[in-house]
Design a protein around this ligand. Structure first.
Ligand code: ADP
Length: 200
């Protein structure tokens, strides 16, 4: 126990953060603001996949097949990528996992990977908003950014996959009393403040 404390990885002593929410809830926008403001390190698996895709790496080409359909990339691929990220991490950082874990298998793998490094999850933030608002936002984003996975059919698929595979992850952490639900409706600043409050 003493060794654990002396190797505590974050000044607040409350561990790493997971940031979850359905497609279109504004996680990406908020994750950037939160990490910049608090000095946390962000790991967005979606952004990593998109970056690989842009560079047309083998991993990117493989991930594309799944992303274009609104499916999740297979767990082993995603977990390997996160393992590599964690191996480069210094102990004194607080990580915000953004869009990971998205399946219970990923959550169990993350819990184990963190434990090996004397780290743990201290808080799980779940940002949420009504479905019609989410769809409206995604369609607006697709006009602005042209993301391939923002078409109506793929959007529907992403909501289904979220309900089936990612809702159980919320339940997994809820059972550990780590979940804080945050209302994703309102002004951008207002929501950032709510999230910071929830991360305490
Ligand atoms: P969203 O806009 O829904 O927040 P992201 O940008 O986080 O989406 O991710 C985009 C896509 O990348 C996902 O639909 C999925 O195909 C893939 N992806 C991202 N993170 C994961 C993950 N943890 N496991 C599997 N696939 C993932």
């Amino acid at each position: 126990m003493a060794e654990r404390e002396s190797r505590s990885h974050d000044a607040t002593g409350i561990g790493d953060l997971i940031f979850m929410g359905p497609p279109g809830v504004g996680k990406g926008t908020q994750a950037k603001r939160l990490t910049e403001r608090n000095g946390w390190v962000q790991l967005s698996t979606g952004e990593l996949f998109r970056d690989h895709l842009k560079r047309q790496t083998p991993l990117g080409q493989m991930a594309q097949r799944y992303m274009d359909r609104g499916d999740y990339v297979p767990d082993d691929v995603t977990i390997d990528m996160v393992r590599e990220f964690l191996s480069e991490l210094t102990p004194d950082t607080r990580v915000m996992f953004d869009g990971f874990p998205r399946t219970v298998a990923q959550a169990l793998a993350l819990d184990a990977l963190l434990a090996e490094r004397s780290r743990s999850i201290g808080r799980v933030l779940v940002l949420d908003a009504p479905r019609d608002e989410l769809v409206r936002r995604i369609l607006a984003r697709s006009r602005a950014e042209g993301r391939a996975d923002d078409t109506p059919d793929v959007i529907t698929k992403r909501f289904e996959v979220y309900a089936e595979q990612t809702q159980p992850v919320v339940d997994h952490y809820h059972a550990k009393d780590l979940v804080r639900r945050v209302n994703g409706l309102g002004g951008i600043d207002e929501i950032t403040d709510r999230l910071i409050e929830g991360a305490r």
